[in-house]
Design a protein around this ligand. Structure first.
Ligand code: CIZ
Ligand code: SF4
Length: 306
């Protein structure tokens, strides 16, 4: 895109953002142009909370569907619009309410914890929500004698089991993007950059998580690096994350563990689609009130723990 054309787009977006009393939220994995124009960049929960703090009437949510749903559930009076509603999360779609009901029937006494990467309908059937930033904390807050079902990410669940020592009943879900990062990618990058520290997202396969120096969510990565002496980092997560890291730490060097860790859903949003979303206010995300109230309980229990 030529700079004049993107300059025009940006001017139009800024004007309409004002006229519509809108706020633009972008996930850490969005393309740089989208992050640059956003009012807030962050992880899914951070964005929902940022939305709650503004007096904007319209939220343009640049992320994937479950994140926009979460923002809507926490901000029911605001209109939440996705620039491209086709941006889903394959992991979130790996468990349906029917699957979860069957799993609960097998373990009727179990508490159910869901990763925030799940649909509103699934969240509504759970006791606690968690993010990758607070999953161990949520699990540790639960009574020691209770069985725990953890859905949908079995790799995050595996890491939480190791960190907390708690047994979890896992579901076979996973993130196809993080699964593309292989232990051999890490080893090769380490040979190229022997001084670099490896930070892996807990959605990575256990073989990657085991050999990483640090395991962190996206918000965790942004915070921890400040306190580390290392100047170079190998980042094992979705490649969009390299941009906010470079923005925040211009004096450090970041290498992606694998260029294949590119989530096609996260890349669907563009400046053109944001402008269109502001013009038309189409693709509004709604959640039925009964589902919202049930799912909100699980989100609020997480918030009260963390
Ligand atoms: O909660 C989020 O935004 C996700 C999906 C990942 C992360 O580590 O922040
Ligand atoms: Fe879902 Fe993975 Fe894409 Fe995140 S990176 S939206 S978990 S598929």
């Amino acid at each position: 895109m030529g700079s004049k054309m993107s300059g025009d787009l940006i001017r139009k977006i800024n004007k309409l953002r004002n006229n519509r009393n809108a706020v633009i939220l972008a996930h850490n994995y969005q393309i740089p142009e989208v992050q640059d124009i956003a009012d807030f960049v962050g992880d899914s929960l951070g964005l929902s909370r940022a939305a709650a703090k503004t007096d904007a009437e319209v939220i343009i949510f640049c992320g994937v569907h479950f994140m926009a749903e979460t923002a809507k559930m926490l901000n029911p009076a605001k209109r939440v619009i996705m620039p491209d509603r086709n941006a889903g999360c394959p992991m979130a779609n790996m468990i349906t309410p029917r699957h979860l009901k069957a799993l609960k029937a097998e373990h009727p006494d179990a508490l159910v914890v869901c990763y925030i990467n799940s649909t509103a309908e699934v969240k509504a059937l759970t006791d606690y929500c968690c993010t990758s930033a607070n999953a161990p904390k949520v699990i540790e807050a639960l009574p020691i004698n209770r069985e725990i079902i953890f859905i949908p990410d079995r790799y995050l669940g595996d890491w939480v089991t190791k960190v907390t020592g708690r047994q979890l009943i896992l579901w076979e879900g996973y993130c196809p993007t993080h699964r593309r990062i292989l232990p051999d990618n890490i080893k090769e990058r380490r040979r190229e950059h022997p001084q670099a520290k490896v930070i892996a997202h807990p959605e990575c396969v256990p073989e990657v998580v085991e050999i990483a120096d640090y395991v962190q969510s996206t918000s965790g990565m942004l915070k921890t690096i400040e306190n580390l002496d290392a100047r170079e980092f190998i980042i094992a997560t979705e490649i969009g994350m390299l941009y906010p890291l470079k923005q925040r730490y211009p004096d450090r060097v970041f290498y992606p563990a694998s260029d294949l860790a590119d989530c096609p859903n996260m890349k669907l949003n563009t400046l053109e689609k944001i402008l269109w979303a502001l013009e038309e206010l189409q693709q509004e995300i709604t959640v039925p009130e009964d589902i919202r109230l049930m799912a909100l309980k699980s989100i609020e229990r997480m918030i009260s723990i963390t």
